[in-house]
Design a protein around this ligand. Structure first.
Ligand code: ATP
Ligand code: MG
Length: 362
C-alpha cells in the first residue's frame, strides 16, 4: 500500500497486529473526513465500489484492491443489534471511540507512521490486557464478549479487571433480544481456531449463557486433538453443538445436520465394533467427534481402526455368482462386513468366499 496522506490512517486490527509482530488478515484504512471524495481524487486509482450510507469505498491502486472508510460515529438505538451510523466524517477520535477494545482502537498515520492512541492501547498491548472503552460496551454489543474470548486465546491476553466485572454483570443480566447472526460469526471465528482453552474459558466465564440460561459444564475429554488429526470441515459446531440450547443461532443446513445426527446417536457403552461402525459410518465426522464427550474410547477406536473399512465386493460381483438382485444383497453385504470389521485385512477373494457362504453356493 503506497497511498500516503496526512489524513489517511491504518486503523484497528492492522495496527494492533503490527505492534504484536503478527501478520494481519486484512488492512483497514480510515480517512479522517470523507473517504469517497478523497478516493476520487487519488491519481491513477480506479473506483471499484462506493457505499454511500457507510462512507466506504473500494479502489484499485497499483493492481491492489484497497478499502477505505470515512471516519464515522455510531449509536446503538437497539441494544445488541447492529449500530446505525450517526455521523460520517466525524473526528478520528470519535471514530476510535466506537470500537471494541483499546488494543483495536489505535490509528497509525500513513504519512508519518505516528501511532495515535487515544485510549491507552499501547499500554494494554504491553500488559496483555483487553479493555473496553466504556461501561456500556457489552450492553451495546454483547458479541464483544465473544470477541474478547477470541482475542484472548489468539494473543494470550486477559480481560482487564474492570472489563471482567462488566462482562460478569452483563452475563448475569443478559438481554436475549440480540443479533444472533453477529454472535454466530464471532463464535465461528473463535471455535474454528480449535483451541481447547477457548472452550474452557467459554464455560468457566459462563459466556455460553449468551445462548441460553441452562447450565453447562466442560466435557472432561479434550477432543481438539481429534479435530487436529481428522480435519473435519465444520469445526466450531463440534463445540457449540454440545450446548443444551442453540436454537437462536442461524445455523446452515450442514450444521443442523451435524447436531441432529449427534443427538440421534444411540449406542450402549459396550457396543460391538459392527454396531459402532454402522452408527458412525453414515453420519458426519463432526457428529462422531462430538460423541467423544460421551464415550471417547469408542470414538477413538472407530476413527483409528474402523472408519476406513470398506467392502470391495459390489452388487456386480454377487450377480456374477448367479444371484438375481434382491434385498438379500444388502443382507449379504452386512454379513461380509461383520466379518471384515473383525479382520480388516481381508482380501477380495475372502469377501467373495463369504458371499458364497451367505448364499450357500459351493
Ligand atoms: P482480525 O484480525 O480478527 O480481523 P480485527 O481487529 O481486524 O481482527 P475485525 O472484525 O476485522 O477485527 O474488525 C476491524 C476493526 O473494527 C476492529 O479492530 C475494531 O476496531 C472494530 N470492530 C470490529 N468489530 C467490532 C465490534 N463488534 N464493536 C466495536 N468495534 C468493532
Ligand atoms: Mg480485521
Amino acid at each position: 500500500m503506497e497511498i500516503k496522506d496526512e489524513k489517511l490512517y491504518y486503523i484497528g486490527g492492522v495496527v494492533r497486529d503490527e505492534l504484536l509482530g503478527k501478520k494481519s488478515f486484512d488492512i483497514d484504512l480510515t480517512y479522517d473526513g470523507d473517504a469517497i471524495s478523497f478516493a476520487k481524487n487519488i491519481k491513477d486509482a480506479e473506483i471499484l465500489r462506493i457505499n454511500e450510507p457507510f462512507g466506504t469505498v473500494k479502489i484499485k491502486y497499483n493492481n491492489e484492491e484497497i478499502d477505505i472508510a470515512s471516519t464515522r460515529s455510531e449509536i446503538y438505538p437497539q441494544k445488541g443489534h447492529l449500530p446505525v451510523v450517526e455521523k460520517i466524517g466525524c473526528s478520528l477520535k470519535e471514530d476510535v471511540l466506537r470500537r471494541d477494545f483499546t488494543i483495536n482502537a489505535m490509528a497509525k498515520s500513513t504519512l508519518t507512521g505516528e501511532i495515535i492512541d487515544y485510549t491507552g492501547g499501547l499500554e494494554d498491548i504491553k500488559n496483555k490486557k483487553l479493555r473496553v472503552l466504556h461501561d456500556n460496551s457489552f450492553i451495546d454489543d454483547p458479541t464483544r464478549i465473544v470477541r474478547a474470548l477470541k482475542f484472548s486465546v489468539r494473543f494470550g491476553f486477559d480481560l482487564d479487571e474492570h472489563t471482567q466485572k462488566l462482562q460478569e454483570s452483563y452475563l448475569a443480566n443478559i438481554n436475549y433480544d440480540m443479533s444472533y447472526k453477529r454472535l454466530q460469526k464471532e463464535l465461528k471465528e473463535t471455535f474454528d481456531l480449535n483451541i481447547w482453552a477457548a472452550f474452557d474459558k467459554f464455560v468457566e466465564q459462563k459466556i455460553y449463557k449468551l445462548l441460553a440460561l441452562q447450565d453447562f459444564s466442560l466435557p472432561s475429554y479434550d477432543f481438539s486433538k481429534l479435530i487436529e488429526e481428522y480435519k473435519p470441515e465444520n469445526i466450531w459446531i463440534i463445540y457449540i453443538g454440545l450446548l443444551p440450547e442453540i436454537s437462536n443461532l442461524p445455523l446452515t443446513k450442514a450444521e443442523v445436520k451435524i447436531v441432529e445426527a449427534y443427538n440421534a446417536i444411540s449406542l450402549s457403552s459396550d457396543a460391538e465394533d459392527y454396531e459402532v461402525y454402522k452408527t458412525f459410518k453414515n453420519i458426519p465426522i463432526e457428529s462422531v467427534i462430538m460423541y467423544s464427550v460421551k464415550n471417547s474410547k469408542l470414538v477413538e477406536n472407530y476413527l483409528s481402526k474402523l472408519k476406513d473399512i470398506e467392502l470391495q465386493i459390489s452388487g456386480n460381483d454377487i450377480q456374477s455368482l448367479g444371484i438375481a438382485p434382491s434385498e438379500k444383497y444388502q443382507q449379504c453385504f452386512d454379513y461380509v462386513l461383520k466379518e471384515k470389521i473383525s479382520s480388516p485385512n481381508m482380501k477380495f477373494e475372502d469377501e467373495i468366499s463369504l458371499a458364497r457362504e451367505f448364499f450357500s453356493i459351493n
